[in-house]
Ligand binder design. Structure first.
Ligand SMILES: C[S@@+](CC[C@H](N)C(=O)[O-])C[C@H]1O[C@@H](n2cnc3c(N)ncnc32)[C@H](O)[C@@H]1O
Length: 272
């Protein structure tokens, strides 16, 4: 898919998904976000830039870690997500967080301004993840850390059928390279190509719990990356997509109606 089109699909898709995002994904993504926070190990007074901040789940944790003597610049391609982060941080009194709408592959900040650059579960959506890694590297000082978490291998993510099921009903693929970053060594390779050193890759398998059919469908269809595509579906197509997707995850449904779906995450770190 052409980069410009992919960015538009992502930008307006996540604008649409923003109000459902935390309800759909907060608990499920927490273990991966925790790993990222442990790996980046921020301390009081540090300056950190975040790419693809979403609603600010990781932003808020980082703001607490660096404290008021530090600084967090949270960026996202989606205006609605950026606004959500700003509002969520303001509600929590985190005045040392600022937000800006930026593409992860083109972080418009002075070179070397930050101690760390992070991206939680965002690089899968960038047309060229390597460009985003380069941009994050540029944003940190010599010795500064770059840390990114992505979804792991497709075969380890039990919900993966959502993409082909939606793609079959739209003109262009929704998320063409979603699982490419999660192939063993792929993101670490991008870190090395960008000139980062001390690179380490951590893989983690988790079980994602969804309370019901509706909770799962909310996360997958309206609270995530296919949100723009499904907005155009007629009620009949939406019903077909829902049934097909639920069928694809039937083996993960427990007798009480909950879904326990395997997922894998990869966190890579490096230093400039
Ligand atoms: C799954 S959410 C992750 C949000 C947050 N980091 C978290 O862990 O909860 C993915 C985010 O990536 C953003 N995104 C997608 N493409 C992007 C791009 N090219 N540059 C910056 N952000 C992008 C979306 O707008 C969305 O907010």
């Amino acid at each position: 898919m052409e980069a410009k089109l992919q960015n538009r699909v992502q930008r307006y898709g996540w604008d649409a998904a923003a109000k459902f995002y935390e309800e759909g994904w907060r608990a499920q993504l927490m273990p991966a976000q925790r790993t990222l926070l442990e790996v980046v190990a921020l301390v009081a007074g540090e300056k950190v830039i975040e790419a693809a901040c979403g609603s600010g789940l990781v932003t808020k944790e980082m703001a607490h870690a660096v404290g008021p003597s530090g600084e967090v610049l949270a960026t996202d391609l989606s205006q609605n997500m950026t606004d959500l982060t700003r509002a969520n941080c303001a509600d929590d009194g985190l005045s040392w967080v600022t937000t800006a709408r930026m593409n992860a592959d083109d972080l418009a900040v002075a070179e070397g301004r930050f101690d760390a650059a992070v991206c939680a579960l965002g690089l899968m959506y960038v047309p060229e993840p390597f460009a985003a890694v380069q941009s994050m590297r540029r944003a940190v000082r010599p010795g500064g850390r770059v840390v990114a978490t992505v979804w792991g291998e497709r075969r380890n993510c039990g919900w993966a059928e959502i993409f082909p099921i939606v793609d079959a009903r739209v003109q262009s693929e929704v998320c063409p390279l979603f699982y490419a970053c999660g192939v063993p060594g792929a993101l670490a390779h991008d870190f090395a190509r960008a000139g980062l050193t001390g690179i380490a890759e951590h893989r983690q398998k988790e079980v994602l719990e969804f309370a019901s059919d509706r909770a799962l469908l909310t996360a997958m269809l309206v609270g995530g990356p296919v949100a723009l595509a499904v907005k155009r579906f007629t009620p009949q197509i939406m019903a077909e997509v829902e049934q097909e997707f639920l069928h694809s995850v039937r083996d993960h449904r427990s007798s009480d109606g909950r879904y326990l779906i395997p997922g894998e995450f990869v966190t890579v770190r490096g230093r400039r």
